[in-house]
Design a protein around this ligand. Structure first.
Ligand code: PMP
Length: 456
């Protein structure tokens, strides 16, 4: 055999050894996952990952492997473990689907699990829907969105958030969810890291996993008012970190960060040249002083917005992202690949909705939240009053409490809530959403009270 054949033979053997070891590693991770499950522990364990990370760095130095290559390979392995351990986790969506199935069987369910306002979209939407056919919006269009709509959105953003925004800064998307997907998938590469402050909407983590990106979790607690520690964020940054995700007002806690803390976090992001993905979908439900990340005029920020919550248009699937033109271009290339362009009739309808006054929606959610807060206090749930959004994230203070078991039991009694574990390591918590009329919410809270007190 020639030299090259010998070497190729060796490469084959090394590859097979790596794959055999990967299989052994995944099987072991699965066993650990089963134990964690039995012990009521969540999948993520940052402390444990950090221990392994520093051992890997020492090994890299010892054997002369580039640190970045070592950490990228480790991130791949850690994500493999997360995938094998994450099967069967319950989220607000899985509860919603179960609730829908029960309704099909004729059961009546009070929906306090999903974040979907029950109001109608603005009246201008109905009018626009009847006009759109004759307006001729029936063809393919620009992947970044219709010129008129981008212009209208840029003026709206400039007026509402006070930061000068141009049409080139806007990318129309089918909902904030898709903007988040585009940002993670087009701006990050496999092996990169993204910092997520938990509890968090699960899609940030799931998008990262889908793109081979490693999530670094910043755990926050009810005791500390859901405020992340800047030191924790700083310590999570390494040479692979590319993005920090923010979501205030927050789903599920309703938290709005104090301005000083937000400023500190933005400073860390800017010093480390990180993208800041700020999901501001609940900005019209901010009931305390709130500031958009746009006001920092940071060139690596991507702000996501949507008509889903503010205009009660969840089913229309329409939203937009605001960023620098180069970032918009990168995201739009993936959007063009995935869906050519967002449906123009829907863009037209949303453009007409933009002028509607939605303050009644905000007032209704505020007073419904207050009603849930009142009842939650009477019941003795542990939580901090939300500053915004549409949810109360509460701990049920009972020994051995399991939110998944509790959520399933409540579903049997006709109330759907979201289990805390869908938002991170928060097994003792549930998210109660305030998107129903007050009377319905009160009925739901009565049933929750009986279940908490063990009368059911
Ligand atoms: N971001 C957050 C924080 C959300 O809670 C949701 C929906 N629950 C979304 C984005 C998705 O919004 P959209 O309907 O615009 O895709």
């Amino acid at each position: 055999m020639s030299d090259i054949d010998n070497l190729r033979d060796r490469i084959d053997r090394i590859t097979f050894d790596i794959l055999k070891l990967l299989k052994e590693r995944n099987d072991t991770a699965k066993e650990i996952g089963n134990l964690k499950n039995n012990m009521g522990l969540g999948v993520t364990n940052e402390q444990r990952e950090n221990q392994l990370r520093s051992k890997v760095l020492s090994l890299c130095n010892e054997i002369g492997l580039d640190e970045r290559a070592g950490l990228t390979a480790l991130n791949f392995l850690l994500n493999e473990s997360i995938k094998v351990q994450s099967t069967g986790k319950q989220t607000h969506l899985s509860v919603f689907l179960k609730a829908k199935e029960l309704e099909r069987q004729g059961r009546k369910i009070i929906h306090m699990e999903v974040g979907e306002p029950d109001f109608l979209p603005p009246a201008s939407v109905k009018e626009a829907l009847s006009e759109v056919y004759d307006m001729g919006y029936t063809k393919y269009g620009d992947s970044k969105g219709m010129a008129d709509f981008r212009e209208a959105l840029s003026q709206h953003v400039t007026r509402i958030f006070g930061t000068k925004t141009n049409p080139q800064n806007i990318m129309v998307s089918p909902g904030a969810r898709f903007s988040v997907f585009l940002a993670v998938s087009s701006l990050l590469s496999p092996g990169n890291e993204m910092i997520v402050i938990e509890p968090a909407w699960p899609a940030y983590r799931d998008n990262a996993l889908n793109s081979g990106v490693k999530v670094r979790t910043i755990h926050t607690t009810l005791e500390k008012g859901w405020e992340p520690s800047p030191e924790d964020i700083e310590n999570a940054v390494n040479q692979n970190t590319r993005m920090l995700v923010l979501n205030y007002p927050n789903n599920p806690t309703g938290k709005i960060l104090p301005e000083k803390l937000l400023g500190q976090i933005m400073e860390i992001a800017s010093r480390n040249n990180l993208y800041v993905l700020s999901d501001e979908i609940y900005s019209s439900y901010a009931f305390k002083k709130w500031k958009s990340v746009l006001s920092y005029e940071y060139d690596k920020s991507i702000v996501t917005q949507s008509f889903s919550k503010s205009h009660a248009m969840t089913g229309f699937r329409i939203g937009y992202a605001i960023s620098e033109p180069e970032t918009v271009d990168r995201m739009a290339r993936l959007q063009a690949l995935a869906l050519t362009n967002v449906s123009e009739p829907i863009q037209y309808v949303a453009m007409k909705a933009l002028g509607a006054d939605t303050t009644d929606n905000s007032k209704a959610i505020k007073s419904r939240l207050e009603a849930v807060v009142r009842r939650a206090r009477e019941i003795g749930l542990e939580f901090i009053e939300p500053d915004g959004a549409m949810y109360v994230f509460a701990r049920i203070n009972r020994p051995q409490f399991d939110s998944v078991e509790f959520t399933n039991k409540l579903l049997d009694y006709g109330v759907a809530v979201a289990p805390g574990e869908g938002f991170g390591n928060y097994q003792g918590f549930v998210r109660i959403s305030a998107c129903q009329p007050e009377e319905t919410l009160n009925q739901g809270m009565d049933i929750i009270e009986e279940a908490v007190k063990g009368q059911k």
